[in-house]
Design a protein around this ligand. Structure first.
Ligand code: PLP
Length: 364
């Protein structure tokens, strides 16, 4: 017997979402963003599913990038956070892995490494601009200088230009509107030769005019959204379902409480069921009473605090519910975005957080 919880990854949903991204991106090539183990979907299975659809993989983790090459990934690879030391850089060049450059310290390392490299040991990179996010990148006014400094190196072949949006999902943000970042990016990169890559999922979905030569599609590949509309509105299909079963049912009376802290108190006779899923499986402990959940195909709500290995659900109005009934924590019938919203977070975090102890099943 195994504990009934399972994470099901739908490979055909991944493919269909990638095809949708391709189509929306028009002429632009698509980086499939597969950091964080492909947002919890499994890096290698996702890479394999998307191999014939996308143009490259973008990620953060160095070991994973090198393993992708060792396992035969032939298309482009881009390291979104670049390298952390000269050894990383040397490995990237050796494995034909592109990388973001966001700081002068990195340029110094590149110059030093290039001094020892043969001139025909060429590589491509992306130069990152800080257009207002104030995380990584060169300010627009310093950008061309960094570009020309890199361009001088004989080994540097193509320099792509990238920036990242703070508010592609909230275009009219009063502090930093989407259009302002686009304007700064265009000003800072004016006259420089190379590919431009600025669109994330939110921009691909809402602002195709900034797709340029390459886009970076992340959350949309997994059938969730960056906080705009719902995945369904864009014909995206949830690629991950977290499912489990009921393992107990309690009949409770008015005044009876459920779970740690006795935070939920019944005000009428109720049937409360226990699901084999808790925060140690990656379900958010902060999800309050009332978080949506599906039991036996019927949408209901969680009750009480989420425990480490279980959580409570209200099955008062689901007479068919019994031990062994099917539970969908999120997936095809319950968008992860809805659960995330109830828990005060975003779908990204829930997808990435499913714990290693949860078994994975693939669906073709
Ligand atoms: C994660 C990431 C993306 C993908 O963002 P989504 O909102 O998931 O599409 C794109 N670019 C960079 C630099 C990222 O770190």
């Amino acid at each position: 017997m195994t504990r009934p919880i399972v994470k099901i990854i739908d490979l055909s949903a991944l493919r269909q979402n990638a095809l949708a991204a391709k189509k929306m991106a028009g002429q632009a090539k698509v980086w499939a963003v597969v950091k964080a183990d492909a947002y919890g979907h499994g890096l290698f299975r996702t890479a394999k599913a998307l191999e014939n659809i996308v143009d490259g993989l973008a990620l953060i983790e160095i070991d994973s990038a090198i393993r992708l090459r060792e396992e035969g990934w032939q298309k482009e690879i881009l390291m979104l956070q670049g390298f952390y030391d000269a050894a990383d850089l040397t490995a990237f060049i050796q494995h034909h892995i592109q990388f973001a450059v966001h700081d002068n310290e990195q340029i110094e390392v590149i110059e030093a490494v290039c001094q020892r490299l043969p001139e025909d040991s060429t590589f491509d990179l992306y130069l990152k601009m800080n257009t207002g996010m104030n995380r990584l990148g060169f300010k627009p006014e310093n950008y061309a200088k960094a570009y020309h400094r890199l361009k001088k190196l004989p080994q540097v072949r193509q320099i792509g230009m990238m920036t990242h949006f703070a508010n592609a999902d909230d275009a009219n943000n009063s502090v930093l509107p989407f259009a302002e970042q686009v304007k700064r990016f265009k000003a800072g990169s004016a006259g420089l030769e190379g590919n431009h890559c600025i669109a994330n999922s939110a921009a691909i979905l809402e602002f195709p005019e900034v797709d340029f030569e390459w886009v970076r599609a992340g959350i949309m590949l997994y059938g969730a959204t960056p906080g705009i509309k719902s995945a369904k509105d864009f014909h995206l299909i949830p690629a991950m379902s977290l499912e489990s079963k009921l393992i107990s049912i309690q009949e409770i009376n008015p005044g009876d409480a459920v779970g740690y802290g006795s935070q939920f108190v019944a005000d009428k006779p109720m049937r409360v069921a226990v699901v084999a899923c808790g925060y140690a499986d990656g379900y958010p402990r902060v999800a309050p009473t009332g978080t949506p959940i599906i039991v036996d195909g019927v949408k209901t709500r969680t009750v009480g605090r989420v425990s480490m290995d279980m959580l409570g659900v209200d099955v008062t109005d689901i007479p068919s519910a019994r031990v062994g009934s099917h539970v969908e924590l999120w997936g095809k019938n319950l968008p992860v975005d809805e659960v995330a919203e109830a828990a005060g977070t975003i779908g990204y975090e829930l997808l990435c957080a499913v714990a290693p102890r949860v078994p994975v099943q693939e669906k073709e």
